[in-house]
Each structure stands twice: as structure tokens, then as C-alpha cells.
Design a protein around this ligand. Sequence first.
Ligand code: F6R
Length: 604
Amino acid sequence: MCGIIGFTGKKEAQDILLDGLASLEYRGYDSAGISYFKDTGKISIRKTVGKVKDLRAICDDENNSTCGIGHTRWATHGGVTNSNAHPHKVGKVSLIHNGIIENYHELAEEYDLSSSLISETDTEVAAALFNKLYDGSPVDAIRKAARLFHGSFAFCIMFKDHPGTIYAIRNVSPMVASYCEDGSFIASDLTAFINYSRRYFIVPEYHILTMKEDGITLEDLEGNQIQPEYLEVDWDVAAAQKDGYPHFMLKEIHEQPDAFTRTITPRIVNQLPDFTEDGLPDELFADCTDITVVACGTAMHAGMVGKTLMQGMLKIPVTVSVASEFRYEQPVISRTSLVIVVSQSGETIDTLEALRLAKKYTTKTLSIVNVKGSSIARESNYVLYTHAGPEIAVASTKAYTVQMASFYLLCCKLGLSLNKITEHEAKTFIKNLQNVPNTISQVLTQESEMQRLTNRMINAQNTFFIGRSLDYTLSMEGALKLKEISYIHAEAYAAGELKHGTIALISDGVPVIALATQKHVYSKVISNIREVKARGAYVILLSKDENITDKSVCDVHIRLPESPDAFSVFNSVVILQLIAYYTAVGKGFNPDQPRNLAKSVTVE
Ligand code: F6R
């Protein structure tokens, strides 16, 4: 949460910062600001409540500074006001921050900083502390301050009497940097400077970065110089742009067939799952007695799909925990348990902490992560990268689909290793998986129908998503998608559970989106649908049944392509994503930047 960028080099900084911030806006968009060195040696700040476009409107056309830092905020400490917006400036220090300094009250008191503060933020306390500890050596001040902070932080700092230089340090909160011929760049993620450099390195925790026009130096807190380990971006610049689509979310929905193919293809050898290239040893699967999946939000919903599939096929216990709860439970994990941690960003703090906890019990932690080199990927014992490419829209779509795909591959591999399926069955399973991009593409042709359908959703106050088995887990994702971008209250229910209370909320015209794609529970779901229909619900049914004509079952029938039951989830979810997208757009909201949300949740 919060996006940060810094640049010092041969080019004018202002546009680099503003463009970089625009691509970081998915991390927060409550306020935005930049600060930069002026010729006079002074540091100037421009900041405002609102988005980067509002900041751009108040920036100085004549600003030719070549060194500055920028920030887009997701408010944690202190409301959405100009004075709480970053950058903050205290004395000789101006800085931006992503993270939370948990002991800021104590620090303010102990170092007598209160009189220099004008905002309500923990960040300004940090600025005041750096200023207080500063005696001419920025690195010394940073070293001392870093040892005092409790919490997470990624700081970019400028000291008034060191023009042209940006200092940085981080703990937990992500930061990547690069030196190239245009100068030195640093940001929360590399989409912010990919137009200038495809090479980058992950800033190691508790290392001080000194960035100048002609290079970057990196040292640990003891003063030892460290060589940065550069990586190369493996996706195209165009992947981080809208490419003609009105929103990233719609583009990412359409990217799903390709993302799916990219994710599964390298893991299939001779029609069987193979993770040799990922470095996953056979022992990881061979003696697995149980599985715990830990994740947040949509990634957790992918875990729910994984659980239903794996428990059914492998006949071993699979539990799914919300990471923020898992951390405070007594986990039942043994040496033969497999812990699967799922995260698109690889930086979600609760998921990261859950992983750290799991590692105390087992060496078999496997993460399913999209962002290469992210904290979760680095800290887990094994990693399976999804190849979704950059996901920019706050609401996750393609990342979810490839997380599910990863579970399908893993399940097949475990099935073989644990002798729960034959090689022939595994090959059939993989063949079905390889066909998924085709059926998703078929579903995408129904887009305009979905757009029309949502006219009926726009005025709804409440909606319900129901299903059984895999369809229930998908309902959770459908409800989350709708509520987070259209602000319509949406609840997911196991279809059979509705009548135990919630059916009281069904009245005339309430939309119920019902999923009935699983043969073994089909007739039961149809009965549950009739129950809500009888109470006036407006039912939108997703099924593969070609014979639905009965108006007592549904008002709208969305026919899904033929595919084996276990694989229908990939088709249904695309419909649910399109319903959410067009409902939000129909209501006049920007689905890429839903209110109160940010993409990478790096606060607990
Ligand atoms: C919802 C959404 C979130 C994320 C959650 C975890 O559309 O995107 O619920 O799934 O914040 O994020 P990651 O996967 O980055 O750990």
C-alpha cells in the first residue's frame, strides 16, 4: 500500500515521477505528492489530496529539477488531508514512506519530536527523527534511525545539503531499484520505471542505498559495501499498459487464456505434470499427509477451489486459512504437511507472516506467487511462479485464474505421487486442463450479453451468489468481485445453507446469481434456486444445461461451454468477473481503482 518512486539523473525528474506515480496508483490513491531539489539547493514540495492527475495539475511547468521523490498514498495513520499527504519535510529532511512505524508515539516522546510535527502521520515522526539524528552524514542518521523503528517501512529520503542524492532503506515493504544510462531509479515496483530500464534489483532489507546521477551504492548497517544482484524483467512493457482497453481490469480479464497457457505449459512434460524446472523435488509430494493453504482475499478463494479439488481427489485433509487468522491460531502442521501459501503480489504482510510461522513447523512450504523475487517467493522453501504478467487492476482476475491452474497441476502431481490416480487418469486430467484456454475464449465471446445483463444489477442494493461444492467456492469470488468494485452488497452462500436464515433477505427482484455446474449436486442446487425464485428473487443461472427453459428456475440462463465438471470453474469465473466489471462501469465507477482499496496490502 502506497506507491513510492525516486529518480536522480540526467533527465528532468518531474515527468518521470508523475508518470511513475500514475503506474503505482493501484497501490493507493488518497493523495499524491512529489518533492525535488531546486537549483537554489532548496527542497520544494507539491502535494494534494486526490489522484496523480490532481497532483499533475498543481505541478510547476518550469520545474527542471533532475532529482526528486514521489508518493501516492493509501491512508493508514491520519485522514485523507493535504497535511497528511507525503512527502513530509522536517528541518533538512524530506521523505516519502510506505509502511507503518508502529512505535511512532514512543519515538516522538523519547526524542521530543512533537513540536516539529504538523500532520497526524507516523511518517512525519520518522522525518523528524532522521532530522534529529542528522549531523551532516545522512548514512549515519539512517543507520541510527533504522535501528529504532518497529514496523514496516520503505523510505526514500533527501537531505537538503546533499542535493542530487536520494537515500533509501526498507524493512518488509517492497522496493526495487536500477541504475541505467538515464540515471538512478527506485520504486515500490518496477512498472514505475520499466520505460527506462528492464534491469532491476530488489533492495535488500536493512541496507542503505545511496543514489546519485552516476550510480547507486548499497551498504549494510555495519557499513559493508554490497553488490546489487540485478534481475531482468521477463514481460513486455505493453503488459503494463491498457493496450486500447478502457480499463486494466477488462484487459486482464481478456488476458486469461494466454496467462493460463503461459502458466501450465512449462509444467507439462509428456502429458504429465512436471515441476523439475521449478526445482520442486519429488519428496515434496511423496509423503504428504495433509495440506494447509494460507492466503488472503481472492488468493484465499483460489485456495478454496484447490481444497475442494484436492480433498476430493487425494482423500487427505486440506484446510484453508485466512492468513490474518492463521497467524494467531495454533496451527496443526507436522513435518509431512505441505503448506501452500498463495499471493499475487508476494508482499501481502499477513500472508508473509503466516509463511514465517509455518516455517517454524515444516520445511515444506510452497508458495504460488506472481511477482518474481517478491518477499513470499524468496522466503518460502519452494516457489511456483504463476505467469500472469503484471496485474494492475486492484480487483484480481487473471492472477486468480492462474492460481487455480497451479492448484490443478499440483493436485495432479500429488495424485500420481500418492498413487491416488493412474497415469492414464493424469493424462486425461492434463488434457482437460490444456483445453481450458479454449473454453475461456468461448466464454469471452459472451461479453456483450453480460454487459446487457448488468442493466438489471445496477440498481440492486443486495445480491446473493449461491452454489454447492466447487460452485460455492466460486460464489465467494463472484461476490467479492462485485462488492469491491460496484459497492453493491454481495454475499456468497452455500446453496443449501440459505434457508437457515439468510433466505429472509430474499424479496422481490433481489438478484441471485446461481451456479450449477456440478452434476453430483445439480438437482439439489436447482431445488435451492426454486426456493429463492418462489420468494421473488431475480435469478441469473450459470450452467451447462442446454434444456433450461423453465421460467420457474431462472430469469436469465447463461450457458457455459461443455467441459468436465471439475474444469467449469475456469469458465464460470470469467462470467462473474464480467458481471462485476460491467456493473461497476454501468454505475459510473472506475473498476481499476475502487474506493478504500489498494492492491498490495502491506499493512496488517
Ligand atoms: C481482490 C483482491 C484481494 C487480494 C488480496 C491478496 O480482488 O485482489 O483480495 O487477492 O489482497 O493479495 P495477494 O494475492 O497479492 O496476496
